[in-house]
Design a protein. Structure first.
Length: 756
């Protein structure tokens, strides 16, 4: 029977060849995406491991058995910025010849030397020195190697100092060994991504991509399903056993699956290099990062053909039970309302965790993924019932033959009608959920676009930790020389400079904690130069302000109306106090901001990198991870819609091919070709539009429940781009349906009715 099945598959005529090619293409696409997903998991973990050395100050990050060096290394870690890009700055100083050396460089840079990553080296060549290069005085000793760079475009610099100089810098730590433990296995690591976060992101992405792919494969394998069932039923009637029929069907599906699997592997290796350049998680990969292990290869190479054979066996259950059931084509039983239970269960599961968020990350992953998967599966299960309900409403309102015929056909077999659009329905659900979550994240965690003060004001913090009353903030910068202030104020585009000083008066302010903290002191004249941060009482020379004024400002609003209490200190004494913070207001020009940033770094070396308020906010809120979410959401949306469109096209063509005899008989009885075309359009468009509304609403509901439970956010409405994407997707889907209509004339001629 195996050889007979191969003969039917490979020499079964044009129809068998088309079915084989389409099924193999669907499997190839599915295998390719599956391999990309598996390689992406490996790539993220490989990329994440190259962050390890940046956590050398964390004891937990040390690998077991590593012996500490007798000559420790002084080091600081900071995030610099240039034109919206983050630069990882590592300042180091050796205390002896055996001080540990970070990966990627042959030796530690000496005072006045630095190593830069290839991307930063190229940037230093093109950027004006006054905007970037002057931050790293001295000479470049070499280029940082790939082993220390998470991504090809990583901007990293390692700057050398003397131990006496760096040991007094804010945040300086003694490092006795370079960390080698991946951040995925280090709960206290500050740089990189925890494994639970990786699992959550990739699990959602994988499921969101694989659901449409599996539907596409299932749709392709059912191409000409009615004719295949009739053929297998005829084989049963002439004496073939159920097992023999199953073997023939399994051979057909397995041949297509094996061919598709081979092509899928070829597509993966062909497109691996361009795929590595896409910033799926915010950063591109090195091509070798997207690797496959032996387990991955065996899982896909053996699992996909096996799954295809099992699917073929399940698909022929009607033939095995009763071949006459296929030959007589009895109308299947109408779907029942209990199909709504899984969808309701998913909604109920997510609703349950609102106010009851699991404490552990693993618990949160299982809780939210279970609810979302239940809703995705529930949409597929409830789809036929929703289609039947919509068709009955359509039938009651039908006033034309095409509408009545389409409504009756939908009501008779809603499962087949829904199967054609199921991929697009899931794509709309995934799109709505992803866009709802990402839109709310951006709205809640980013600086409002109209907040120019946050984007135009640079802040340099000179405090080495904060203590509560009766302690005081520890400032690490002496009084600012007049020459530095004059230089800053003379720069074109600078609108004002404000210094926040330490407070020997010990006046206090509340920052929302259990106890007040010591306030900072500011000159009222300088405070007036920087808008948006409040004002002094009339006639006052100095005021007590929040010591974290540059950070705790309410983004999107102005504090000009807030009056700070006067401080009993003279202007002359105030100028002699150490400073805690410098705020420089600019006109918002990128060039001006970078020149001011570079001037501050040059004036106050080893005191931390200045940043705008929006940059500090972005660093605190994990903008890089948020950008990774956005990239993954875009990938899911585009790929899901593309796969859904392919699935819809195959479904419509398969439906026409299976019904060409009934349509031919209708044409012979006098039904116009235009009427048949309207029937085809209505059969697909009506359930598509009806269930699309349900899918979009379910997606927004899932996003709202997740946001409320996990972050206590309320769903923000998506922007215009989302609605344009949805309308465009639906328009393309209707266009796909329309593109198949010319086929109707060719396959419904009199010869079809005669030959069938």
């Amino acid at each position: 029977m195996i050889s007979f099945g191969l003969r039917l598959t490979l020499r079964g005529g044009r129809e068998a060849a088309v079915r084989l090619v389409v099924t193999a293409a669907a499997v190839a696409l599915g295998v390719g995406l599956l391999l990309v997903t598996l390689a992406g998991i490996n790539g993220v973990n490989t990329q994440n491991a190259r962050y390890a050395w940046l956590n050398s100050a964390v004891p937990e990050a040390m690998a077991a058995g590593v012996q500490p060096s007798p000559d420790p290394l002084w080091g600081t870690l900071d995030t610099d910025h240039y034109h919206g890009k983050s630069i990882t700055r590592v300042d180091v100083a050796a205390t002896g010849p055996r001080s540990p050396v970070p990966p990627g460089i042959p030796r530690l840079p000496g005072p006045g030397q630095y190593y830069a990553s290839p991307a930063l080296t190229a940037l230093l060549r093109t950027a004006p020195a006054a905007e970037l290069g002057a931050r790293y005085p001295g000479s470049q000793a070499g280029t940082i190697g790939r082993s220390a760079l998470p991504a090809p475009n990583s901007l990293v610099v390692i700057v050398g100092h003397t131990a006496a100089e760096l040991s007094h810098a804010p945040g300086a730590v003694r490092v006795t060994a370079i960390a080698a433990k991946t951040p995925s296995k280090c709960s206290q690591c500050q740089v990189g991504t925890n494994a639970n976060g990786i699992d959550l992101i990739l699990s959602v992405t994988s499921a969101a991509l694989l659901f449409p792919v599996l539907i596409f494969i299932g749709t392709a394998t059912r191409l000409a399903a009615a004719r295949r069932e009739q053929r297998f039923a005829a084989m049963r009637l002439v004496g073939a056993t159920p097992r023999q029929v199953s073997v023939v069907s399994a051979v057909e599906s397995t041949v297509a699956a094996v061919a598709g699997t081979a092509v899928g592997f070829g597509l993966f290796f062909l497109f691996r290099t361009p795929l590595a350049a896409l910033p799926f998680t915010g950063d591109p990969f090195y091509p070798s990062d997207l690797s496959l292990g032996l387990t991955d290869v065996l899982l896909v190479a053996l699992g996909v053909p096996l799954a295809a054979a099992v699917a073929a066996r399940i698909a022929l259950r009607r033939v095995r039970i009763s071949p006459l059931g296929v030959s007589r084509r009895a109308t299947p039983r109408a779907p029942r309302a209990y199909r709504l239970i899984p969808l309701a269960a998913g909604i109920g599961e997510l609703t349950y965790f609102v106010g009851r968020r699991p404490d552990s990350t693993n618990g949160q992953t299982w809780a939210y993924l279970t609810g979302i998967f239940l809703m995705m599966g529930g949409l597929v299960i409830a789809g036929p019932w929703l289609t039947m309900t919509g068709s009955r409403v359509l039938a009651r309102r039908a006033n034309r033959p095409a509408t009545l015929i389409a409504a009756r056909r939908l009501s008779d077999d809603p499962r087949t009608a829904f199967r054609a659009i199921s991929g697009l329905v899931l794509a709309l659900f995934v799109t709505s959920t992803a866009v709802g979550v990402i839109t709310t994240f951006v709205a809640e965690r980013s600086v409002p676009s109209g907040d120019t003060t946050a984007k135009n004001t640079l802040v340099t913090d000179f405090t080495d930790g904060w203590t509560e009353v009766p302690g005081m903030p520890r400032a690490t910068a002496a009084p600012v020389p007049d020459s530095v202030l004059n230089t800053l104020r003379s720069m074109r585009g600078v609108q004002g400079v404000t210094l926040i000083h330490t407070n020997p008066l010990r006046t206090t302010v509340w920052l929302g904690g259990p106890r007040p903290v010591v306030a900072g002191l500011v000159s009222c004249r300088q405070l007036a130069e920087v808008p948006g941060f409040g004002h002094c009482p009339a006639g006052a020379d100095a005021a007590s302000v929040s010591p974290l004024l540059g950070y705790e400002r309410d983004f999107g609003t102005s504090l000009d109306t807030k009056g700070w209490p006067a401080a009993a200190i003279s202007s002359e004494r105030l100028r002699g106090l150490p400073i805690q913070m410098i705020m420089v207001a600019t006109n918002g020009s990128t060039s001006v901001i970078e020149q001011v940033r570079t001037a501050l770094v040059a004036a106050f070396p080893n005191q931390g990198s200045p940043g705008t308020l929006s940059e500090h906010r972005a660093d605190a809120e994990g903008a890089k991870l948020l950008n990774g979410y956005k990239q993954l959401a875009n990938v899911v949306i585009l790929v899901s819609l593309c796969i859904a469109g392919c699935s819809l096209a195959v479904s419509v063509v398969a439906g026409l091919n299976d019904r060409k005899r009934p349509f031919s008989l209708l044409r012979l009885t006098g039904v116009q070709l235009g009427t048949l075309r309207r029937v085809v359009v209505l059969e697909t468009a009506v359930p598509l539009l009806v269930i699309a509304v349900v899918a979009i609403g379910s997606g927004f509901l899932a996003a709202q429940l997740f946001l409320k439970s996990q972050l206590e956010y309320s769903l923000r409405p998506p922007g215009t781009a989302y609605y344009v994407t949805v309308v465009a997707g639906l328009a393309v889907s209707l266009g796909v349906i329309a593109s198949t209509l010319p086929l109707l004339k060719r396959i419904t001629g009199p010869e079809t009715a005669r030959n069938e």
